[in-house]
Design a protein around this ligand. Sequence first.
Ligand code: CDP
Length: 585
Amino acid sequence: MDVMKMPADLPDVNLNSNAELVLKKRYQRKGLDGTPIETAKEMFWRVAASIASMEKNYPSSPFKTKDLARTFYTLMTQYDFLPNSPTLMNAGTELGQLAACFVLPVGDSMDEIFDAVKHAALIHKSGGGTGFSFTRLRPKDSRVGSTGGVASGPISFLKIFNTATEQVKQGGTRRGANMGILRVDHPDILEFIRAKEREGDLNNFNLSVALTEKFMQAVEHDEEYPLIAPQSQEVIETLKAREVFELLVRKAWESGDPGIIFIDRINRDNPNPDQGEIESTNPCGEQPLLPYEACNLGSINLARFVLEKDGGIEVDWDRLREVVQLSVRFLDNVIDASEYPLERITETVRKNRKIGLGVMGWADLLYQLGLPYDSRRAIVLAEQMMDFIQKESRSASKKLAMERGPFPSYETSIYKEQNLGPYRHATTTTIAPTGTLSIIAGCSSGVEPLFALCFVRQVMDGEKLTEANSFFVKALHDQGCYSEKLMAEVIEKGSVRNMEFLPEELRSVYVTSMDIDPQWHLKMQAAFQKHTDNAVSKTVNLPNSATQEDIYKIYWMAYEEGCKGVTVYRDGCKSVQVLCTGEGQ
Ligand code: CDP
């Protein structure tokens, strides 16, 4: 593909050593012998130029393509904003698949099931992750008309999807990620809840149970609820809602799986109910989508939006406004530039034009502002921050609708009724985990607190990277507390909260996820969810000593606080952790 020539005076890109490694290994284009054929600078230019070149489709654009390419290059290389991984990997290449999130339907026939397996493989190959609901499949042991035999049920088919995933590397670099969903009223729900009991089972899947409003009411009133056969809609049996809820809690306590999503709440916010129900999210849970829908994400690095004023540090709202506006234009162009593995997906995406702008570097921002993550003031700022980003992204979407037209299904969407004026996108905001993006930008991931102030990160098939948070190191220097001995202790412990010899302010501001009471984790998720169209990727971390009752409370709180789902993780409950403190390394 032809990419605009790189200007000779384009500034170089500064990469931290972790970013250099990740980009080289996964993002820079490679020749047949596996060595990179482009530098990191060329990579960012490839992305900037090919995304900016979409302006040519819109004669009314106020930007010259060349200028916009440079602006997008600066936006990314200053680490103010990064698009999701597939855009970085594939923009301006033959593959051209730029979205991270897909949802595929799984119908109740051999044809439909194996079509979904095949489509998922194609999506994984192109760098995307897939979510599926298995709820339409007839339960285990029910009759199969054509053979007179009995059906295998959703869980045995899940295993086939899992095995297929094992063999396909995403974009040739990483294994695909999947989300498997089953509604709580499916007759095989108990087997599904136990499906990841054994270590290693369904290792390419996250599982979530879709809880209905009716089910939650039954839990609250300690009633029974019906299990319904998906085809005949017959009631097969009834279960005690509280017993099922308690089983969910127990499994989450044991292994973190399955998570839960509140499916009716997700559908209450479905902008296009005329196109059907939302039955699944993408693999990490932040993006609910219709069947055959895809979404591209992008994240603003909040750590970069501070300014010094009157001797203090403040949020730089003006610059943030500019960056949100530009990021929405960037993501809109990504939709036009992206090629999808299936025509059905292209149609659905082009009709609804969903984008998911989110944030990363939230914990780093709080460090700079001197606000403890577990404080009322941080929660208030979270709401204010996301409210601002949501409003600005909608205003950008509106401007693009005037310039380029609204998303084609706008007339039948919920916005038409609400009389809010046309938008260019059915949704604009999503908060992603930013697993790799945050490494590239050198910031804390998504809206998560830091796992540890200094830690060893396991990435890419067992490789290890050591990192110390730069704001923490600077604060130690500023306060005259820095020493090699102290750093070694921090690496070992991962936290300073109990180091009483350090100043109180330092100990309260520089918190890590394990220092934070689970209820604050949840409150933070709820604060961001309040002003996010799609959902928020967040893990509620619990100490190893947490009880099942603690998890019960968190689940209930997530329901009451308006979250769209919740994932908990009790320290040490799985043998392989993605992030590890220095202990035991
Ligand atoms: O940081 P990066 O853009 O690589 O991804 P992320 O924010 O950690 O994850 C965003 C989404 O990308 C996930 O919810 C998945 O839909 C997809 N993803 C995937 O398909 N495979 C992975 N190994 C990681 C993420």
